[in-house]
Design a protein around this ligand. Structure first.
Ligand code: MG
Length: 312
């Protein structure tokens, strides 16, 4: 035995195959204190893709004044060349200016980043929810006209650090407005990690009733309170098959003074491997990549699986 393995026990309540939507290079590095050089970012994307991850979000075309960690988007994509294009290498675009940069860089997929709450829309986008949806409309329209795949993130779907609880009806309303723009996929973000299993079921059921079924919905849970994997499994039982995760749990949680943010891809893959759910991801290669990345960041990965399998 080279290393411990979960005992394979197929779980018929789960989908047979799950697409892991890797957000480490964008969402992860955006929230790390250390700014890593573009060559390291490009190598990270290449290494992640080589582990079998189907989709890797590569960078963000946000204004560098807001997110200095990703000010090198053009350079990273230039280094990636063909490895950074296509419908499975999305980039975040906040507005039409970002879309122009993304199109010039030759990307094949984009994501816009909305908010389920007014306060976070104001703080993150300097706009009301309504104004931000209006800002995204031409972005989505032009992206689709150019043949790009488009994802809509909805953040603060399970709670907001300033507003507290967020009514499910309000989340559904914002999600419907985002999807009505013509987006291909919705990603439900638990930005502060406060969601729990019953809440997940209720929101997914409400979205489904509003015409946004699990086949168009991805989930994006944060592990701030240790609930990310439980919440993810709950969503998979409701028919969701796309899960956002960050290799090694890259990215802290900026809204709760915690080192733990994104669900670690390794923790997800371990659980799915045990349940006999196909991901196509080589867990050992992924752990190796996260250990390598931790060396560049100067801090160990918070992922339990990375710690256990790397002896760290
Ligand atoms: Mg995140």
């Amino acid at each position: 035995m080279d290393r411990p393995l979960p005992q394979l026990e197929p779980d018929p309540s789960l989908p047979r195959r799950v697409t892991v939507y890797e957000v480490g290079p964008r969402d992860g590095l955006q929230n790390e204190a250390t700014v890593v050089p573009p060559a390291v970012k490009a190598e990270l994307v290449r290494r992640l893709a080589a582990t079998g991850l189907g989709t890797v979000e590569t960078t963000s075309f946000v204004d560098p004044r807001w997110v200095p960690q990703l000010a090198d988007a053009e350079e990273v994509l230039g280094l990636l060349g063909e490895d950074g294009t296509g419908s499975r290498r999305p980039v975040l675009v906040p507005n039409e200016c970002g879309l122009d940069r993304a199109l010039a860089a030759g990307v094949g997929a984009v994501a816009v980043f909305g908010s389920a709450t007014e306060t976070f829309a104001r703080k993150n986008l300097n706009r009301s929810v309504e104004e931000s949806v209006a800002m995204f409309a031409p972005v989505v329209e032009r992206a689709r006209a150019a043949g790009l795949w488009v994802r809509a993130y909805a953040s603060m779907c399970f709670g907001d650090p300033w507003e507290g609880p967020v009514p499910v009806e309000q989340v559904v309303d914002v999600c419907r407005r985002l999807m009505d723009l013509g987006c291909d996929q919705l990603s439900l973000g638990d930005t502060i990690g406060v969601g729990t299993v019953g809440h997940v079921h209720r929101l997914l059921a409400a979205l489904d009733a509003a015409g946004i079924g699990p086949e168009r919905t991805a989930v994006h849970f944060h592990d701030t309170y240790g609930q990310a994997l439980a919440n993810t499994m709950a969503a998979l039982r409701d028919g969701v098959t796309v899960v956002d995760a960050a290799a090694g749990g890259l990215g802290g949680c900026p809204y709760a003074r915690s080192a733990t943010g994104n669900l670690a891809t390794e923790d997800l893959v371990w659980a799915l491997d045990g349940a006999g759910v196909e991901t196509g991801v080589d867990l050992d290669a992924l752990v190796g990549t996260s250990v390598w990345m931790a060396g560049h960041l100067g801090r160990p990965s918070p992922s339990r699986v990375v710690k256990a399998l790397s002896g760290g």
